[in-house]
Design a protein around this ligand. Structure first.
Ligand code: ADP
Ligand code: MG
Length: 684
């Protein structure tokens, strides 16, 4: 069956080299791609009974031409043809505009189908499409006709014909993929029937059922991948059971300058349990900005090192790497733990030395960007990988580590609280720990929204904070002038503020600075020598300067809610009241709604729920790094119930021994193998 699915599309009768190219342009290279090129909607060409057609409706009517057509020309190239037709023994008028050639096709007595807009009062149809009942083109008439997304030189006629042929040639080889029990339990249309029906449904209900079946299959296969992967990483890829000296960990926790929150204690326990268990940890740690994830990471790293392993912390930017090295070193080095930064800006020689030290086990904890796990970097005994603030540490990265003979515990930290539908999709293979409590004494950031014209007023409020000895961020979306986008330029704003606040030091931070320059600015800001930091979004994540209590976000409408919340999380990190001012003149109601939501809530979970509603799942993470699969039919928002069901069914299926052994599940196991889920897994 699968051979048919993966056969080149040129095997479909009528698809030559040229046509194959047209198809490839929209991503269709195999028979399976073609059959999965689902219609976005249907055009309704079912012949209607005149008595039930409403005024103004678009309909298809069948009737006989009665009498000679009359043609009238007017204006430039404008014409109107009218002819009488008998439909259901009623005489009506059919009208064509600007199609004078139609006249030849309108011989009296001819049976035709006309599609167009019905005018009940004039008993008239303005025709947009016409077919002679006996012509070859009438084949698709009287039906729901699929409408496909087109591209390049593709036409609907060609696509419909080709899909029809593919179904004729290969349709009988499309076997069932889902377990019979599921098909029965959820009353799903069999697979072959569903694929045929979604293209050429006999009626609207059949089309709906076909879509439901395909949507379920899509979600189920996806969840099967997740659940299989989860089970395999638990059972087949043996992690190490680290022998964590718990008493020493407790002493370390007691040595911290503050007691852990209840939520921090709970997630620390979940993580330590995983470290000590024989499987490889695969855990998502989510907690709002400022909820204290870094210290949890530090405790986990402490535990791993004291159990005799190395730890790695991966972060998305160099700035963040440097910041983390400092805070981790401050916590861990007093306990004899070596923390090092593997930075992209090291000289080749330094880098070689570092890699050597890692390999010999002289470094206990290494912090860096993604390059940490790549190519030439080897560890002596890597026990724990923590990734901070990023959504991509998936199957691929694990495979790289496994190829080095490593299957460390992995903890994945994110400050974007993720609504459940997305969490079980993007992170469906993971266990989830949530910090749902803020450290005591935090005051919520007071957020307000101002128009651009109020900028000076905002700066005066900032001055009040600066006079109290506090610091401020001013965030700008882009670093270069762009007439088109009309965005505020960080460099300009920096110049402007330097003039405005002669008594304070204003720093500038953006992605084009060298690592050294960035470091200098950040250091100066942390030490309080720079009072106002004008920056692009490079400070979005992780940066921790508790004395900063004021933030201005320029052109706030250009950011997503999750990102604004991240940015806002840079203030409100100390005991003082902090403020965030969004400067925005949004043009749309949704834009204004987003500003209001930001002012109303400080709760990241609440915010991400509303963001998801406003933007839909695709945009939620900011498309590129979403880690969300692209479904062809399923919709994460409207199909969430099916998503839950699919997840439960997939989990219970992979938990059965039968699934891994019996022949009837072979197609699903083949699917997992093709998706790379079973790579490196040995079955006995
Ligand atoms: P995030 O979750 O955003 O990474 P951080 O780990 O940076 O948050 O923590 C934010 C601030 O809260 C830091 O200054 C940290 O020292 C402090 N902090 C963390 N946990 C606690 C706690 N239990 N009590 C008081 N302060 C804490
Ligand atoms: Mg953090």
């Amino acid at each position: 069956m699968q051979d048919v699915w993966n056969a080149p599309v040129s095997q479909v009768y009528g698809v030559g080299e040229e046509r194959a190219k047209d198809l490839a342009a929209v991503g269709i290279t195999t028979v399976g791609d073609l059959l999965e090129y689902f219609p976005i909607r249907y055009e309704d060409y079912r012949v209607r009974d005149l008595t039930e057609v409403r005024d103004g409706e678009r309909v298809t009517l069948a009737g006989t031409v009665y009498g000679e057509p009359s043609v009238r020309f007017y204006g430039k190239r404008k014409s109107r043809i009218a002819v009488r037709m008998v439909i259901d023994r009623v005489v009506v008028t059919a009208v064509w505009f600007n199609q004078p050639y139609i006249r030849k096709q309108l011989a009296p007595g001819k049976e035709i189908l006309v599609t167009g807009k019905w005018d009940k009062h004039k008993l008239q149809i303005v025709v947009s499409e016409m077919t002679e009942v006996d012509s070859a083109r009438a084949r698709n008439r009287g039906e729901l006709v699929p409408v496909y997304p087109l591209g390049g030189d593709l036409t609907h006629a060609f696509l419909r014909k080709t899909i029809e042929r593919a179904l004729q040639q290969f349709g009988q080889h499309l076997g069932e993929l889902l377990p019979e029990e599921l098909v029965a339990r959820y009353r799903l249309m069999p697979r072959a029937e569903a694929i045929r029906t979604i293209h050429f449904p006999d009626n609207a209900e059949a089309g709906k059922q076909a879509r439901r079946r395909i949507m379920f299959e899509e979600l189920f296969l996806f969840q099967l991948k997740m659940q299989a992967y989860r089970r395999i990483s638990r059972q087949q890829i043996k992690g190490v059971a680290q022998e964590v000296p718990l008493e020493e960990v407790r002493r370390f926790v007691r040595s911290l300058p503050y007691p852990l929150t209840g939520a921090q204690k709970r997630v620390v326990k979940e993580i330590l349990d995983d470290l000590q268990a024989p499987y490889a940890m695969n855990r998502l740690l989510q907690g709002d900005v400022g909820s204290g994830k870094t210290v949890v990471a530090a405790i986990a790293l402490f535990a791993t090192v004291k159990a005799g392993f190395q730890g790695a912390l991966m972060v998305p930017t160099e700035i963040l790497a440097e910041q983390h090295v400092q805070s981790l070193a401050a916590m861990l080095e007093p306990h004899g733990i070596q923390v090092a930064l593997l930075s992209g800006s090291l000289t080749a020689k330094k880098r070689r030395e570092m890699i050597g030290a890692l390999q010999m086990g002289l470094i206990d904890v290494v912090v860096g960007t993604h390059a940490l796990i790549q190519e030439d970097v080897f560890f002596r005994r890597l026990g724990l990988v923590i990734t901070d603030e990023q959504h991509r540490f998936g199957v691929e990265q694990r495979r790289i580590l496994r190829s080095k003979g490593l299957s460390p515990d992995v903890l994945f930290m994110t400050a974007t609280p993720i609504p459940r539908t997305l969490a079980i999709t993007a992170f469906g293979d993971m266990d989830v720990s949530t910090i749902d409590e803020m450290p005591a004494g935090r005051k919520p950031v007071e957020t307000s929204w101002a128009k651009h014209e109020q900028f000076h007023h905002v700066l005066e409020r900032m001055r009040v904070e600066l006079r109290k000895g506090r610091q401020a961020y001013v965030i700008c979306p882009l670093i270069e002038e762009s007439d088109k986008l009309d965005v505020q330029n960080a460099i300009d704003v920096h110049a402007q503020l330097t003039q405005y606040f002669p008594e304070y030091r204003v720093g500038l931070m953006h992605g084009r600075l060298s690592p050294k320059e960035k470091d200098d600015v950040m250091q100066a800001f942390s030490r309080g020598e720079v009072h106002v930091l004008v920056s692009t979004t490079v400070v979005e994540v992780g940066v921790n300067v508790p004395n900063a209590t004021f933030m201005v976000i320029y052109d706030a409408e250009r950011f997503g809610l999750a990102q604004l919340h991240q940015l806002r999380g840079r203030v409100g990190r100390g005991a003082e009241q902090s403020y965030c001012v969004l400067i925005a003149d949004p043009k749309t109601e949704i834009g204004r709604e987003r500003m209001r939501i930001m002012c109303e809530t400080n709760d990241g979970f609440e915010l991400s729920r509303r963001d998801l509603e406003l933007r839909g799942p695709g945009d939620f993470f900011g498309t590129k790094q979403s880690g969300l699969p692209e479904f062809k039919v399923a919709d994460l928002l409207s199909d969430y119930k099916a998503l839950e069901v699919a997840r439960q069914e997939a989990a219970s299926l992979v938990a059965q021994e039968a699934f891994w052994q019996e022949a009837r599940f072979a197609p699903l196991r083949d699917y997992l193998r093709r998706e790379g889920i079973l790579d490196g897994v040995v079955f006995d």
